[in-house]
Design a binder for this molecule. Sequence first.
Ligand SMILES: [Zn+2]
Length: 254
Amino acid sequence: MIRINNKIGSLAPDILLVEGVAESENLKTEFNNGAVQFTFISTIYGHKNVKDRLIELQYGKCCFCESKIRHISYGDVEHYRPKGGWVQNEEAINQPGYYWLAYDWDNLLLSCELCNQRYKRNYFPIINEAQRAINHTFNIENETPIFIHPVFDDPEEYIEFNDNEPYAVDGNARGNITINKLALDREELNEHRKRTLNLVIDIYELAKGYPDTNPIVKNKAKNKITKYHEAAQQDSTEYASMLRCFFRKNPIDF
Ligand SMILES: [Zn+2]
C-alpha cells in the first residue's frame, strides 16, 4: 500500500458534483423521514468518468494491495466508509451506513474485487466507537478510522515488508488490522509478489557480483537493477511499497 499522491487535492468529476450532490441531499431527506436503508445509484458513483479518473490517478492499481487490476478485471469503485452499513468487528451489519458519502469523491477509491468484495466488505472499525458518525448530522472528522486511508494517511509509515510479506511497523494496530482484515498477506498475493521480488533479487545479486559474476553480465545487471530501483520510486509500479522496502535494506552501493 502506498499513498495515492495524485488524488490529494484533486477535483471531483462533475457527475459527483452535480448528480452526486443532488442525490446525497435526497438521501439525507429520506433519512430525516425515517429511512435506514437506501438505494444507491451505481451509475453515479461508478460512472465511467469517476472510474476512469480513479484508474488514471492510481495507475490502474488497487488502492490496498497495489496489484495492477485492469488487465484481468474491471476493478471496483470502492467506498472507504461503507455506504450501506458498517461493521466494527464481527457483529451483524449496522445500519444506516455512511449513505451521505456514497457520492463523495474523498470517499471513493479504485480497488480490486478481492480486497473490496471478499475482504473489506462492510468493515469499518474506528478507535473510539462513541465517536462514530452514525448519520449525516455527525462530523466524520471526529472519528479515528483504523483502516489506513491511502490518500489521507501515508500507508508506508504503517506497513512495511519482510521480503514479500507485509507487517505492521512496530506492531502498530492500524497496520495490523488493515493487513488482517484486508488479507494483504493472503497466499496468492504473497506468491505473486514473491515472483516479482525474486526477479529483482536475482538481478541484484548478479549486479553485486556474487558468485563471481562475469564483468559483462555484472555491468548489464547493474544497469538493470538501477532501473528497477528507479521504477520502485514511481507510484505507478506494481508493489512499489514492497520494492522500496527491499531497496532500503539492500542499497545499490556497489
Ligand atoms: Zn486489492
